[in-house]
Design a protein around this ligand. Structure first.
Ligand SMILES: NC(=O)c1ccc[n+]([C@@H]2O[C@H](COP(=O)([O-])OP(=O)(O)OC[C@H]3O[C@@H](n4cnc5c(N)ncnc54)[C@H](O)[C@@H]3O)[C@@H](O)[C@H]2O)c1
Length: 270
C-alpha cells in the first residue's frame, strides 16, 4: 500500500546488492511512496550485483561510489543533485563488511589491517557520507539520514566479531553528526538497529542460522524482515518523524527488551 509519504522527495540509497538487501527493499518502498533517488554501491558490487534491474524498476540512475573514498562521495552527491534537480531529502547508508568475519579470523586474534578496512567500510564511511552532505550543503531542511546497525553494539554476540565495534562507532557518529546537522541544517540523523536478516552480509556471520532462529524465539513479534525494515525506514524519511534525531532505534520485534521468552525457557526446561 502506498501513502505518498515521500512524494516529491529526493534521495540517495547506498547498499542495494541483490533483492535480499535491506537497501533494495527500501528502494522499492521509496519508489512506491513517490520518491526519486539515485542508487549507489561500490564499483566492485556493481559488477556482481543486480542493481541495474532495481534501477529499471524504480526509474533510478546508478552512480558507482566507494563509500570509503571522499572523492567518490563528493562526485556522487554533486551528480545526484544535478540528476534529481535539487537538494536531497533522504539518504540511506546500508553498508557493512568485515574482513575478519569474511576470513574467519577470531575476535581475540584480529588482523588489524583487516580491522581497519572493515571499520573504514562499515563505520567511518558513515562519517564520510555525512561530512560530504554537510560540506556540500546537499540536504534540504527537515531531511533525514539513516544508517543501519545491529544490537551487538550494546550486547555481546560472540560471532559478530569486530562488526560489533564498528556498529558502536557508527551509532556514535549518528549522535555526534546529528547534533551539528540538527543545529546547522535542521536535518535528522538516526540509526535503525535491525533484527538478523538473511542477506549477503547477514549470512556471512558464523552461526547465522542458529542466531536468527534464536532471535525469532526471543522476539514477541518475531524477527523484523528486510521488508519490515524498509517500511520503518520510509517513516523516518517522511515528514511524520521530523523531531526524531540522534537516536538508535530498535526495530527487532521486541528482542532488545526481552530477558527470556517462554519458548526459550521451554527449550531448556527438561
Ligand atoms: N543482515 C542482517 O542480519 C543485518 C542486521 C542488522 C543490521 N544490518 C546492516 O544492514 C546494512 C545492510 O546490509 P544487508 O544485510 O542488507 O546486506 P547486503 O550484503 O545486501 O548489503 C551490504 C552492502 O554494503 C555494500 N558495500 C560494501 N563495501 C562497500 C563500499 N566500500 N562502498 C559502498 N558500499 C559497500 C555492499 O556492496 C552491499 O551492497 C549493513 O549495515 C548491515 O550491517 C544487517
Amino acid at each position: 500500500m502506498s501513502y505518498n509519504l515521500l512524494k516529491g522527495k529526493r534521495g540517495i540509497i547506498f547498499g542495494a546488492l541483490d533483492e535480499n538487501s535491506i537497501a533494495w527493499k527500501t528502494a522499492e518502498r521509496a519508489h512506491e511512496e513517490g520518491a526519486n533517488f539515485v542508487l549507489t554501491n561500490a564499483p566492485i558490487a556493481m559488477r556482481m550485483g543486480q542493481i541495474q534491474e532495481l534501477a529499471n524498476k524504480t526509474g533510478s540512475e546508478i552512480i558507482p561510489a566507494d563509500a570509503t573514498s571522499e572523492e567518490d562521495l563528493k562526485a556522487l552527491v554533486t551528480r545526484a543533485m544535478e540528476l534529481l534537480g535539487g537538494k536531497l531529502d533522504f539518504v540511506l547508508h546500508s553498508i557493512g563488511m568485515s574482513v575478519n568475519v569474511r576470513k574467519g579470523k577470531h575476535y581475540t586474534d584480529q588482523n588489524y589491517d583487516w580491522t581497519a578496512k572493515g571499520w573504514d567500510v562499515s563505520a567511518l564511511s558513515f562519517h564520510k557520507v555525512c561530512k560530504t552532505l554537510y560540506q556540500e550543503d546537499a540536504m534540504n531542511p527537515w531531511g533525514s539520514i539513516v544508517a543501519l546497525t545491529y544490537m551487538a553494539a550494546q550486547r555481546t554476540f560472540p560471532d559478530y566479531n569486530d562488526m560489533a565495534d564498528n556498529k558502536a562507532y557508527l551509532e556514535s557518529i549518528a549522535r555526534s553528526f546529528g547534533y551539528f546537522f540538527g543545529k546547522d541544517k535542521q536535518v535528522r540523523v538516526n540509526t535503525i538497529s535491525q533484527s538478523p536478516t538473511p542477506t549477503t552480509a547477514g549470512k556471512g556471520v558464523k552461526g547465522f542460522d542458529g542466531f536468527i532462529s534464536y532471535a525469532e524465539k526471543m522476539s514477541p513479534l518475531g524477527n523484523a524482515t528486510a521488508q519490515d525494515c524498509a517500511d520503518y525506514t520510509i517513516t523516518l524519511f517522511s515528514d511524520l518523524t521530523r523531531k526524531v534525531t540522534m537516536q538508535n532505534l530498535f526495530h527487532d520485534g521486541g528482542f532488545s527488551s526481552t530477558g527470556v521468552s517462554q519458548e526459550v525457557i521451554e527449550h531448556f526446561d527438561n
